[in-house]
Design a protein. Structure first.
Length: 114
């Protein structure tokens, strides 16, 4: 399995960005997918996770109401729409698929300027 991320970039505080991830694999299994981030000086944290059934969604408390995760199961993609971005949202965002063992994308930078 390979996860390829796109999007991200630089935006002013209050702005919006989108990050997307495509899972390249040959299997038909469906797994939980989501986004983690690592900010400078901090450990990696889960930002938004979408369950394999598309019903169970979990958000980091600080992004609730601002970020929205969505999936396209036919295209094996997961998206994270980030609105009302804050400087503290700055970090490297990683796509994750809960295969066994888990699979990580290479990471994509999101920078929110003050």
């Amino acid at each position: 399995v390979q996860l390829v991320e796109s999007g991200g970039g630089l935006v002013q505080a209050g702005g919006s960005l989108n990050v997307s991830c495509v899972a390249f694999d040959d299997g038909s299994m469906v797994y939980d997918m989501g986004w983690y981030r690592q900010s400078p000086g901090k450990g990696r944290e889960a930002v938004a996770i979408s369950g394999w059934d598309g019903e169970r969604i979990i958000y980091l408390d600080s992004v609730k109401g601002r970020f929205t995760i969505s999936r396209d199961f036919t295209k094996k993609t997961v998206h994270l729409q980030m609105n009302r971005l804050r400087h503290e949202d700055t970090g490297n965002y990683y796509c994750y698929e809960d295969t066994s063992p888990g699979t990580w994308g290479q990471g994509i930078q999101v920078t929110v300027s003050t």
